[in-house]
Design a protein around this ligand. Structure first.
Ligand code: 5GP
Length: 191
């Protein structure tokens, strides 16, 4: 059985749907984590983006960090994560706002100017793609730095929430390992 099949089976077996089109996968991605599965996810992303020309991976805390770090390990690339609170120790930063629909609030997120520069070629990684707000925020930060976006990878894409449609229409190289097409009536449907 391939690792991707295992991931899909885990989503179907252990995923729970919450009201408002939210999928809870905190038994193996969002709270408790399965390191072996995370390694396989990182290796899969590395394979998908091997020809992207990326020199850096960007994600957002907290749940993007695990897949980004295993991908970074597989590709031998540094991983930078966007912070949801600007620490007092952070010097000059790129800053933007991201709307979280799972928490129904806006976050001011930031990344230090030290770790994104015009010479960077960046792949964005996150756990979920829903409406694309987190991705849009990361794209904004990369553009503020004058760096290049080489692609975006998501562990789970909810195709009915259209972030992926928008990103692909913009011409970005988008990859998602599992595509959830519906959570209607609390039934998880995968592509
Ligand atoms: P978007 O910004 O694309 O609307 O949503 C992506 C972000 O919101 C991800 O960083 C993820 O943390 C969170 N998210 C969106 N949808 C879900 C979901 O169904 N389940 C979980 N656990 N997180 C989600």
């Amino acid at each position: 059985m391939t690792e991707l099949t295992i991931l899909k089976e885990r989503v179907l077996r252990d995923g729970k749907c919450l009201p408002g089109g939210i999928l809870k996968v905190d038994g193996f991605i969002n709270h408790q984590m399965d390191p072996q599965l995370m390694m396989a996810i990182g290796q899969h992303f590395a394979q998908l983006f091997k020809d992207s020309g990326a020199n850096k991976i960007l994600t957002i805390e907290a749940s993007g960090i695990a897949p980004a770090i295993t991908m970074g390990l597989a590709m031998n690339l540094p991983v930078v994560y966007v912070k949801k609170k600007k620490p007092s120790t952070m010097g000059s930063a790129y800053v933007t706002s991201v709307h979280s629909f799972t928490k129904d609030r806006d976050y001011t997120v930031s990344v230090s100017r030290e770790f994104l520069s015009p010479s960077d070629r960046v792949v964005i990684i996150d756990d979920f793609l829903a409406f694309g707000n987190a991705a849009r925020g990361m794209i904004d930060l990369i553009q503020q730095a004058g760096a290049q976006i080489m692609g975006l990878g998501f562990v789970i894409e909810k195709t009915f929430q259209e972030g992926g449609k928008w990103l692909r229409e913009q011409g970005y190289h988008v990859e998602s390992l599992v595509q959830v097409t519906s959570l209607d009536n609390c039934e998880i449907k995968l592509l």
